[in-house]
Design a protein around this ligand. Structure first.
Ligand code: PRX
Length: 651
């Protein structure tokens, strides 16, 4: 099935950022040997990383077992909140840990000492309510300061938190709560997004009668929107902390105990509650943030993700705090009230590094150059991102227009299951290749394999698999351990299947071409939707592109293209012809789309992924039956249905 794949002549661009002495290597020439050594003795590599953290009792064995059953740092005892908060509060209590900013520009700041105080007293309260190590606590919160204290209060007690995206509908929330059966849920009265009030407590109230496990609800007061409080079950966070004066001491947990449960994002069908170990996740997130961003105490850093997606625990709640940074916590939509808001925050806070999603970079390009001229962003050095393919043309636009033209872009690849973005350049060390996800980080062994599991050579696309354990890999699926094995380890026994198609090039860079089901098969030619989307995005005026494969009796599948444009006036042009020509030219006539739709906006998940399955459903059935909860813009569905009824762009 595999055929060779031409990436074209992708330049290697040297990073402008100078890495700190924190990083284990400073030159790209040292990477191959360093990487090979790390893979040859995985246990030793991760022991060195884990040794940079504070343990209460040492481990006896670094790594036992193999995929899918393995243990890191067996018998070692550690507490995550101590490593993310107490360590820094001891040395530097008045350092700003968190800077919360709302859409309307309000700010609240917590120092490390304040974060410790809120965390340890909330842990006392949870303990008083009977929460013990190993119990589940539901966290249904947006990006607030208290969210960090809620998560770390659970870590402090060794309780397992189940993080639930605050944009979910009551039914989606219910599904998760009945699956994890928490005794306490921590929520907020409401949150704001695009200026709209989103009544979280009210959403929770709609399901609590059906979730008898919940005995206590803690409500963070955000909007004062007069929520109903049912005594004695419901109490406000601030009132609780007025009563609870004692700080709970940390519980040191064995390193393989579960830390949290997170459900996979909405691009897949039935959600799975992935279970991550507390210590493994800490060690891996600490490592990920260090290598991908080289974060240190001198940084003002902003991860723009939402609490409900794994990016935020990796790159902000755990990984960033483990490095003692000052982190921005933003609630709401970044382009609200205007696209300038994002630039204002970066300017005002002298932000040095951000971590975001490709969709946001495409939005920045769509907003245009006048903003980048108004806000020169002299402090910004590095932009990391994860989540979906980043096309080369957006890469170049960002590099040229954002900041001084010297901002490095680190496109990383990871999954909710892998717990870290393990394909990634090393900040300031790895050369950048626009469109690639960088090389594998040390300590992560992988292969690209054919359908029979045979390793493929460079430049041949196949399935990306992980061949050795690493600490952040999810350990099981909550309440469904068989599904964990059958889903991920059946096709290639002993190897974790990512279900992504990828190739590695001669420089060892990994190119993730899309989900297995994003690869479309036109007349027995494998075409990557990412490759086609990148070619379309090269056309001036195109802001976003999505390609889906549609069943065709003759060709097996034919590509259908959706685009949004940078300006309304461009709609007059003949996009069908332009895109057909472009794809024929760039990939071959085989890639000529049968239909091209110019739409006002793409349907997206809150983590910024275009929901291609929804576009497919509309094309196929003219309507949407599936679950659209958790989408960023559910209202776009009706508009898309109408737009598609009027047919493709003129031929
Ligand atoms: O298909 C890959 C895509 O996103 C999927 C993982 O989604 P999620 O679990 O929501 O990610 C959480 C991130 C910590 C992958 O299977 N993906 C992610 N990053 C990239 C990507 N596709 C291409 N390039 C990337 N950089």
């Amino acid at each position: 099935m595999a055929s060779s794949f031409t990436l074209g002549d992708v330049p290697r661009i040297s990073p402008a950022y100078t890495p700190s002495s924190r990083l284990p290597i400073s030159s790209e020439n040292d990477y191959p040997a360093f990487y090979q050594e790390s893979i040859a003795d995985i246990g030793k590599y991760w022991a060195d990383v884990a040794g940079e953290l504070e343990w209460n009792a040492p481990w006896t064995t670094t790594l036992t077992g193999d995929l899918p059953r393995f243990q890191f740092f067996k018998d070692g005892r550690i507490n995550v909140s101590v490593n993310c908060i107490d360590r820094h509060a001891r040395r530097n209590p008045h350092r700003r840990a968190l800077i919360w900013i709302s859409e309307t520009g309000e700010e609240r700041i917590w120092t490390y000492e304040e974060l410790l105080d809120q965390t340890a007293r909330m842990a006392s309260f949870l303990h008083q309510q009977g929460v013990q190590a190993g119990d589940v606590v539901g966290i249904f919160l947006p990006n607030l300061l208290e969210t960090f204290a809620a998560v770390h209060a659970c870590y402090r007690l060794g309780a397992i938190y189940n993080i639930i995206f605050s944009g979910f509908s009551p039914e989606a929330l219910y599904d998760r709560l009945v699956n994890t059966r928490p005794s306490v849920v921590i929520t907020a009265d409401a949150t704001y997004r695009r200026g709209r009030l989103i009544p979280l407590k009210q959403t929770l109230d709609q399901v609590l009668d059906r979730v008898p496990s919940v005995k206590h609800v803690v409500v963070v007061r955000r909007a004062n929107n007069g929520v109903q409080m049912k005594a004695p079950r419901d109490r406000f966070w601030d009132e609780i902390l007025m009563d609870v004066k004692t700080r709970r001491d940390p519980v040191y947990m064995e390193a393989n105990e579960p830390g949290f449960i997170i459900y996979t994002s909405g691009t897949t069908s039935k959600p799975k509650g992935l279970v991550h170990s507390a210590a493994g996740f800490l060690v891996g997130a600490y490592h990920n943030v260090k290598m991908s961003l080289d974060l240190g105490e001198g940084d003002v850093y902003w991860c723009t993700a939402d609490t409900g997606w794994l990016t935020f625990p990796i790159f902000e709640i755990v990984g960033a705090l483990a490095h003692g940074v000052s982190a921005i916590v933003y609630e709401g939509a970044m382009d609200h009230p205007t696209p300038a808001h994002f630039y204002e925050i970066l300017t005002q806070h002298h932000v040095t590094k951000i971590f975001t999603a490709p969709t946001w970079l495409r939005m920045l390009a769509r907003f245009g150059e006048s903003l980048t001229r108004d806000y020169p962003l002299p402090d910004l050095k590095l932009i990391g991102l994860v989540g979906e393919p980043l096309d080369a043309s957006t890469w170049y636009w960002i590099r040229e227009h954002i900041g001084s033209g010297q901002v490095d872009i680190n496109n990383t690849y990871g999954q909710t299951e892998t717990g870290s973005a393990w394909a990634s350049g090393i900040a300031g060390v790895s050369a950048m290749k626009p469109g690639s996800c960088g090389p594998a980080l040390p300590g992560h062994a992988y292969q690209v394999v054919d359908d029979k599991g045979r390793a493929l050579e460079a430049n041949i696309p196949g399935t990306l698999v992980i061949t050795k354990p690493f600490p952040t890999l999810a350990r099981t699926i909550w309440n469904d351990p068989e599904r964990y094995d059958s889903q991920y380890f059946t096709q290639f026994p002993g190897q974790y299947n990512t279900f992504d198609t990828a190739l590695h090039d001669l420089d060892g860079h990994i190119w993730v071409l899309g989900r297995i089901d994003d690869v479309i098969n036109v007349s027995a030619h494998r075409l990557s939707t990412m490759e086609m989307e990148s070619a379309i995005l090269e056309l001036p005026g195109v802001a976003e592109a999505a390609v889906i494969g549609f069943d065709d009796n003759i060709k097996g599948q034919v590509p259908i293209v959706f685009v949004t444009l940078r300006e309304e006036s461009l709609k007059q042009e003949d996009w069908t012809q332009k895109i057909q020509e472009q794809l024929s030219r760039q990939i071959g006539t085989i890639a000529r789309p049968s239909q091209v739709y110019v739409v006002d906006a793409m349907p997206k998940t809150r983590s910024g992924k275009i929901v291609r399955r929804l576009l497919k459903e509309i094309v196929k059935t003219g309507t949407v039956q599936g679950d659209i909860t958790g989408m960023e813009n559910p209202e776009i569905v009706d508009t898309l249905v109408d737009q598609l009824k009027s047919g493709p762009s003129k031929k």
